[in-house]
Every structure is written in C-alpha cells, then in structure tokens.
Write a protein that binds this ligand. Structure first.
Ligand code: 0PR
Length: 352
C-alpha cells in the first residue's frame, strides 16, 4: 500500500501537528511495546514513569502520579471517574463551563453523573457566578479549561479552586491543548498556584509527540488508586488505565519530545505560534472581520458562511466554532507563509 497521509500544508484547524523528528523516531522504535503490561515490557514502563515526572514538572506538581492516556478524552473521563469514586453523596454532579470539551459529555453518560453546564462570560471564560450558583454539596468535580477548544481561553483556575474547596469538590483542569503553552505565557494563571487535583495535558497536541499520547496527571498516587482494578493473571497486580493494551509509541514519543523541547524548544515554539496568531488576527481585523483576540495561539473570526465554504473548497482545512466563527489553531506546522497564503486566498475571494 502506498497511500500518503494528509499533508499539513493547508491544515489550519487541527489541534494535532507533525510530531517532532525525535518523537517520530522514538514512536517507531516502541511501536510493538505495551505499557499496559509493565511486567513484560519494563523499559516502556520506566519511560512512562519518566513521562509523568516530566509532565508533573511542567504542570507544577511536586509528587505527580498519572499515565500516558490515549488523549484528552480519556484523561477527562478518568478525572470524572476519580471524582465520582470520591464523592460521598448518592447523586454526584460535575460543573463544567460551556467551553468544556465534548468529552465531558461522554464522561457523564458513561459514569452516570449529572453534568451541570454553566455559561461563560463575554470573554469566553467560565463565569464564576454561574459556577458558584451551580455547585452544591453533591458537586464532585469542578472543571476549568486552560486553553479552550474553540477560543483558546483560560478559565480563572485559582478562583474555581476556591469554589471547589468551599463545596468540598475536586478541581480538574483541562489543559489538553494549552498545557505545553501556558507555562511560557504572562497569563495570570500558569500552573502550580491553585489546588489542582487532576489535569489533562496532551503531548500529542502542543507537545509535538506522536498520536496517541495524552496525559492524565494527578496530585498524588491515592487519586490514581481510585481507578485501579486487579489484574490477576499479569505480573503487575493492578491497572489504572481505561484501555488495556496501549501504544508504547505514544509513551516513548512523549518522553523524546519533552526531553528535546522542554523548556527552550517549547518556549520558542510558543513565541512563534503566538506571533503568528497575532499577525493573523491583525490581518483579519484590517479586512473588517470581527476577531476574538488570541490569548493563546488560536484565532476565531466572524467570517461569512459563503467565504468559509469557498476557502474550504480551495483545500484549506478549517473549522467553525458552535457560534459559526472561523477558527484557526496556530500549531507548530502552521507557518507565517501558510497564513499569508490563506489571507491571499481570502483577498482574492473578496475581490470577486
Ligand atoms: N480537551 C480539550 C480542551 C480539547 O481541545 C480536546 C480535543 C480534548 C480535550 C480531547 O482530546 P482528544 O481528542 O485527544 O481525546 N480538541 C480537538 C477537538 O475536539 C481535537 C482535535 C484534534 C480535533 C485534531 C481535530 C483535529 O484535527 O476539536
């Protein structure tokens, strides 16, 4: 079979990117290993410990536990599961801002918890009033998003932590996309200064690892124990992951990427991506479109439906927010030249 995968030269809305060469190489070497069976595949199990150490360092947790998941969806489902296991009341609920990823809906359905979706404010961030009003003594978990899927916005995490503590709930931060970006920003919250219990941070998004490489990181190993089931016929005695057999490629490539890029490589990547996002926002504003300012490297703009469709017809891989805005994610493979070519196509469409 000789079929080429999707080229990246017109991909503007994906949250995935080309893996870094060292990540690609590590993924290939570990393709046939299964970290789900550490008794048989001890090397990749050791690498996974290293991955969690590094993710803990990135998110500012001193004694992190966790594992390399299949992606943000699994990490979010497992975070809800931990909270449900810890809940004391009979009808646990989870409070999520409407900017939360749809994986929380899957979690709620699978785990039979009530999902309380609350509005965001004018800046597309969780409304603290709304969260406070929705939370009660049956609330098992409050979710904050650090780098939202549609607008790249960061919720007021420390304040959400205060509310969580008031109602004796856990705090989960979904930094699946923003996790490898936030530490380098001047944003008012960037890890380590809030009572975060669990977190999603995906090496296969901004971390430049190969798919599948998600991260579930928790404050301490007792939290992970909530997920553990016995594994009678394996040498290891329990398993906390949702999937059984897992890809060693994801684990190895996450370690390789973080070893190579943390912190200087990720920092320069952030600077480049953020500059690109600001350049694009500026270009779109100059052309009269209403733009949601990029606080992280993600731009949303109110572009008419017909223009959007014409751009897609030209091969641009773009998508829309629920409100219909064009969204462009400035991932590592998105260069200034690509954006300039995109804006050039937009200009040519407008002349007609
Ligand atoms: N949390 C956040 C904040 C996310 O943005 C996403 C995915 C997830 C969790 C779930 O992560 P996994 O998809 O790894 O399970 N956000 C993108 C989305 O749903 C995922 C994506 C990635 C979409 C690449 C398209 C694409 O080409 O839009």
């Amino acid at each position: 079979m000789q079929i080429e995968p999707q080229a990246f030269d017109r991909v503007l809305s994906s949250m995935c990117t080309e893996p870094h060469p060292v990540a690609r190489e590590a993924a290939e070497r570990f393709l046939a290993t299964n970290p789900g069976d550490p008794g048989t595949y001890p090397t990749v199990a050791t690498l996974e410990d290293e991955a969690i150490e590094r993710l803990g360092e990135i998110v500012g947790l001193d004694d992190p536990a966790g594992y390399v998941a299949s992606g943000g969806t699994e990490a979010n489902v497992q975070a809800v599961r931990i909270a449900r296991e810890r809940a004391t009341g009979p009808d646990p609920n989870v409070v999520v801002p409407e900017s939360g990823h749809f994986s929380f809906q899957k979690a709620a359905e699978l785990l039979d918890v009530e999902l309380r979706i609350v509005p965001t404010n004018d800046h597309h961030r969780a409304s603290l009033e709304a969260v406070r009003a929705a939370a009660d003594d049956e609330t098992a978990l409050i979710v904050g998003v650090a780098g939202s899927t549609e607008y790249g916005r960061v919720d007021p995490i420390p304040e959400l932590g205060v509310i969580a503590r008031e109602v004796d709930a856990m705090l989960h931060v979904d930094a699946a996309w923003g996790g490898f970006v936030l530490p380098f920003t001047d944003y008012e919250w960037h890890f380590g200064h809030a009572p975060v219990d669990t977190m999603a941070i995906d090496p296969h998004k901004m971390g430049q690892a190969a798919i599948p490489s998600g991260g579930l990181v928790v404050r301490s190993s007792e939290l992970l124990d909530e997920l553990a089931v016995d594994t009678p016929y394996l040498e290891s005695t329990s398993q906390a992951t949702l999937t059984g057999t897992r890809s060693g490629a994801g684990v190895a490539s996450a370690v390789a990427a973080m070893e190579e890029l943390w912190p200087a490589g990720y920092r320069s990547q952030y600077v480049r991506s953020q500059n690109n996002a600001e350049w694009l926002a500026d270009a779109l504003e100059k052309r009269g479109y209403e733009v949601v300012e990029p606080t992280l490297p993600l731009v949303a703009a109110d572009v008419p439906q017909s223009t959007f469709e014409a751009l897609r017809a030209k091969g641009w891989r773009i998508s829309r927010t629920a409100a219909g805005e064009l969204r462009i994610v400035c991932m590592p493979h998105v260069t200034r030249a690509m954006l300039a070519s995109f804006v050039g196509d937009l200009d040519r469409l407008e002349v007609r």
